[in-house]
Design a protein around this ligand. Structure first.
Ligand code: AGP
Length: 577
């Protein structure tokens, strides 16, 4: 989960590459660096921390052959020496890399050099390339053949006016402009400036110069690639009205839900409904927030279609002894469509000849190329690491899917779509909540799912050690943690479980715990704080009830002095297993 950017131009390319790295910062922001050619020699500039630190160091630098990288640490601590670009010991090769070289220790033993300045797998690869025989392209093709693992690479050589690209299991695209060629881990980097791009497939290579790009297959044989036009690519605009992408994206949720609704009720055909109705069961697989949306998606299928469902964490599914079936549709949910754990499972299902569907928020992503059906979400580009609008759009898309499978009329959702809005928490309640450091989220059934998601938001941006617990499970152990310093956020949106949740609230308050009730209706029990939700159909309440939890996490985060868009230790797209 790093970002690479590379380019060649007749003009100075430094600003373009630094600008590209800024757009890739969501993929990792521990450190960054560039390498460029000056009088035939390779120069490298790196910095720890955000891209603006690198920008200062490059203030007076001019170069027209440049590669750049923004890092989320996988091998080696966060330091300048571990930052990319990495250079071979002889100084003749510089590379930037997104991915993991799993056999780098073994490759290290094949190297003539025994001197390494970093702890990274990438530095080893730079030396493997450098000592390979043949011309520059042959060196890279031969080196990548020895690699076990994933890579999106940009490679430059001393006294060479070309940059070389290589790709396996990590995204990489390249665009040609007027007198310049730009490559990036993410096509949003050039969506505003270029008309089309090319997307490299696994074990493909490219050689770029300021005029054009030539593609090669895994044997170094020339190949042709199709253009991907960017005109309808939805990329985020620089935001001015909100201080944080996350707040912008929380507020964009009503718009995103509306767009999703109108796309699926238009005359566009996203899938053959009869073909999908034939499946006997549905197995959802994902990570993190997307996994939580799967828990709801499975509930919608059971409720509206009365069909069997399963839900698995991708990182578990791949190693489980799953009982697989041709009558089952495997549904992979991923905002980025690049999550390595999810991709690995989709590849496994494909290799077994089973049918799969992707629910993704990015049009051109690896996952979409692996599945048989794609159900897009229309949340628009989501930049903040903590997923918000993509989550509610996943919920809504899966609700629409279940209703379509069940032959229901989607128009019944129209009033919700037009009424749905983002609530305002009100400063008084916030002031009273900030004193709590031990916070649990509890709910039953669909509200348990929302509890899990609410807890994840608070964990990942406010770094609070909080839990999401099934309401009925509290008394089986976790209740022991409840004391008068505990805040329990009780989510209760199902009238049929109201009494049960009243019992849960009593259990908590009897032990001194304070309760914040999040609900659209009254409860016959005393609580300490309340967030009153608007009334909508119960199946829609998971979308409505998660919004105040997103805002609560944001408020805690900012009050604690953290940046919600770039939480520590995390990245937006986890492209390593
Ligand atoms: C969500 O807030 C987290 N950033 C994380 O759990 C995320 O949902 C997970 O990594 C899956 O990402 P994906 O949807 O892009 O596959």
């Amino acid at each position: 989960m790093c970002g690479i950017c590379a380019g060649i131009s007749k003009e100075n390319m430094i600003d373009e590459i630094v600008g590209g790295l800024k757009k890739l910062e969501y993929r990792g922001y521990d450190s960054s660096g560039v390498a460029y050619i000056e009088n035939g020699k390779i120069k490298v500039v790196k910095s720890v921390g955000q891209i603006k630190n690198l920008e200062k160091k490059l203030a007076k630098t001019c170069a027209n052959i440049v590669i750049g990288h923004t890092r989320w640490a996988t091998h080696g601590v966060v330091s300048e020496s571990n930052s990319h670009p990495h250079i071979s010991q002889d100084g003749k090769v510089a590379i930037v890399h997104n991915g993991i070289i799993e056999n780098y220790e073994k490759l290290k033993t094949t190297l003539k050099t025994k001197e390494f300045y970093s702890q990274t797998d990438t530095e080893v690869l730079a030396n493997v390339i450098s000592q390979m025989p043949g011309d520059n392209l042959q060196k890279i093709v031969s080196a990548c053949r020895e690699v076990v693992g994933s890579f999106a690479l940009a490679v430059m050589f001393e006294n060479c006016k070309d940059i070389f690209l290589a790709k396996r299991n990590s995204p990489l695209a390249v665009a040609i402009g007027d007198g310049e060629v730009l490559a990036s881990s993410d096509i949003s980097v050039f969506a505003e400036k270029f008309e089309f791009c090319y997307i490299l497939d696994d074990d493909e290579f490219a050689r770029i110069n300021s005029k054009n790009v030539v593609f090669f297959d895994k044997n170094g044989k020339k190949i042709e690639k199709n253009r991907v036009f960017l005109k309808n690519f939805d990329f985020y605009s620089d935001f001015s009205d909100e201080k944080y992408f996350m707040l912008k994206e929380v507020k964009e949720q009503p718009m995103a839900i509306r767009k999703t609704f109108f796309e699926y009720t238009s005359d566009k055909k996203f899938f053959d409904l009869q073909q999908l109705k034939a499946f006997k069961s549905f197995h959802f697989i994902a990570c993190g927030t997307a996994y939580h949306s799967c828990l709801m998606g499975a509930r919608y299928i059971r409720h509206f279609c009365k069909k069997e469902t399963h839900v698995s964490l991708a990182s578990e599914f791949k190693y489980d002894e799953n009982v697989l079936s041709k009558k089952c549709l495997y549904i992979f949910v991923s905002q980025s469509g690049e999550t390595a754990d999810t991709i690995a499972c989709a590849k496994m299902i494909k290799e077994k000849g089973l049918m799969s569907m992707g629910i993704t928020n990015v049009s051109y992503c690896t996952l979409n190329n692996l599945v048989d059906f794609v159900l897009p979400t229309f949340a628009g580009r989501e930049v903040a690491v903590a997923s918000t609008k993509a989550y509610t759009c996943q919920l809504f898309t899966m609700l629409l899917f279940a209703l379509m499978l069940a032959g229901k009329d989607l128009e019944t959702l129209k009033s919700f779509v037009l009424d749905f809005n983002v609530c305002d928490l009100g400063s008084d309640i916030l002031q009273s909540l900030f004193k709590f450091k031990k916070i649990f989220f509890v709910g039953r059934e669909q509200d348990y799912v929302t509890s899990l998601e609410g807890a994840l938001k608070l964990k990942e941006i406010a770094y609070l050690n909080c839990l999401g617990i099934a309401g009925g499970e509290l008394k089986h152990g976790t209740l022991a943690l409840v004391d008068d310093e505990t805040l329990v956020i009780a989510i209760s949106t199902q009238t049929g479980l109201k009494e049960k949740m009243e019992n849960v609230i009593e259990e908590i308050r009897a032990r001194g715990g304070k309760v914040l009730l999040v609900s659209q209706f009254e409860h016959n029990t005393k609580v300490d704080y309340k967030i009153v939700l608007p009334v909508h159909e119960e199946c829609l309440m998971p979308i409505v009830s998660v919004v105040p939890l997103q805002l609560l996490a944001l408020e805690f985060c900012v009050r604690l002095g953290f940046n919600p868009d770039k939480p520590r230790n995390l990245a937006k797209s986890v492209t390593v297993e």
